[in-house]
Design a protein around this ligand. Structure first.
Ligand SMILES: [Fe+2]
Length: 181
């Protein structure tokens, strides 16, 4: 498997960790127990700065290069690129909602629950679709030449949590991750 595909696969496992933490935090908050607002915001911040601005743009380059090579499965490439756009919007909306609720805004807990559960479910479905259907196909059709083109076009974007840790910006998240290890 090409190292970029391996990197994306590793990102997915990290994203699953982030989604697990978010789920646990949402459960606690909705059950009326104490939950960590700073952590929730940092989780969303990570989704915005890495998943939406680094990981997804790289996948978009790969899907675009692979698109003419995969026949009818071009539809899958298009669908995943569209989902990246939609997920990016959902991240922003959900983050705004969390901030609104903590600032005593008008949003109800029920509304937040629907939005949060949907956000997490769609993220997980998207990861599963890429892992199960897209990546095995990409691994088959992309040659070294294609990967060279992809690398030339790919954005250079470090992961601020799992690659180049920014321990100030993601302080709370690092505390949780080190406790869970
Ligand atoms: Fe992905």
């Amino acid at each position: 498997m090409h190292h970029l595909l391996e990197k994306l696969h590793k990102d997915h496992r990290n994203l699953e960790k982030i989604l697990d933490l978010l789920t646990a935090q949402l459960d606690q908050f909705l059950a009326g127990r104490e939950s960590d607002f700073d952590l929730k915001i940092e989780l969303l911040e990570y989704m915005e700065t890495y998943a939406d601005q680094g990981h997804h743009p790289l996948e978009n380059v790969i899907f675009t290069v692979a698109r003419p090579l995969v026949g009818e499965r071009a539809e899958l490439m298009d669908r995943l690129i569209t989902q990246h756009h939609e997920l990016g919007q959902l991240t922003r909306i959900f983050r705004n909602s969390l901030e609104n609720i903590y600032q005593g805004g008008v949003m109800s807990r029920d509304e937040l629950e629907v939005q949060g559960r949907e956000f997490i479910a769609l993220q997980r479905q998207h990861l599963a679709l890429e892992e199960q259907e897209a990546f095995p196909m990409l691994d088959e059709v992309l040659t070294d030449e294609h990967w060279k083109t992809i690398i030339e076009q790919s954005p250079n974007h470090d992961d601020p949590v799992f690659d180049k840790p920014d321990k100030i910006r993601f302080q709370t998240l690092f505390e949780y991750l080190s406790r869970s290890e």
